[in-house]
Design a protein around this ligand. Structure first.
Ligand SMILES: Cc1cc2nc3c(=O)[nH]c(=O)nc-3n(C[C@H](O)[C@H](O)[C@H](O)COP(=O)(O)O)c2cc1C
Length: 202
């Protein structure tokens, strides 16, 4: 698949079929992920693959908790909340054969001095986000769907995901990516803005 096609076809997929993913496929995705740029060459990312039934169920409940919190934070009415719950618990939204939680290890540092603490943390998150995009594009090429779950970063939830992954507070969660074969036909979402709306030449 040409790069342009992968970029154009990638879109958030929230419903998956039950077909499992082989370990080989997961490793191919991670191999693409770790080709991303990484600030100071740190490579301080960690890809935790949730694949057992038990681990996935626990993570799923945390995604649900985060989504409810998100809906509340944007003041969605109660009936929308019920719809969300039925989409999740009855229709299986976000239920995937595999979830890849991407963490960074805060201990890995390149720059000396407190002055650089924040910028190096941000660089690490940015590097992991670039890795996630590579992973998503590779998944598209392999006919797989993905979606970036950010709500698991909410306070109180992020720690629980970290604990499920068996990691201590040296690790920070960048995102959770459900991965699987799309249940339905994939239709990329349009953008509201075109390139000329978001470009400024100076
Ligand atoms: C950092 C980040 C966090 C996101 N968090 C969520 C999330 O928690 N739940 C969700 O359903 N989608 C989430 N998304 C997906 C966006 O909603 C989606 O990318 C956007 O609506 C554009 O649609 P598209 O990806 O299909 O082009 C997130 C995307 C990003 C980049």
């Amino acid at each position: 698949m040409e790069l342009d096609e992968a970029i154009a076809r990638r879109t958030s997929v929230r419903y998956f079929d039950e077909r499992p993913l082989s370990e080989e496929t997961i490793l191919r995705l991670v191999e693409s992920a770790i080709r991303a740029p990484t600030a100071s060459g740190l490579e301080n990312w960690l890809f935790v693959v949730f694949r057992s039934e038990e681990a996935r169920k626990k993570l799923y409940d945390l995604i649900a908790e985060g989504m409810v919190e998100y809906y509340r934070a944007v003041n969605l009415p109660e009936d929308k909340m019920e719809k969300l719950k039925s989409r999740m618990y009855e229709e299986g939204m976000y239920r995937a054969p595999v979830y890849i939680a991407v963490f960074i290890d805060r201990r890995v540092r390149f720059l000396n001095g407190r002055k650089f603490d924040e910028v190096e943390f941000i660089w690490s998150v940015e590097s992991a986000a670039m890795a996630i995009q590579n992973l998503m594009l590779k998944a598209t090429e392999l006919g797989l769907g993905t979606v970036y779950i950010g709500v698991t970063n909410f306070q109180g939830i992020e720690e629980k995901v970290r604990e499920l992954a068996g990691l201590d507070e040296n690790y920070y969660l960048v995102g959770v990516i459900p991965v699987g074969y799309p249940r339905d036909e994939v239709r990329p979402r349009k953008r509201r803005k075109g390139s000329t709306d978001v470009v400024k030449f100076v």
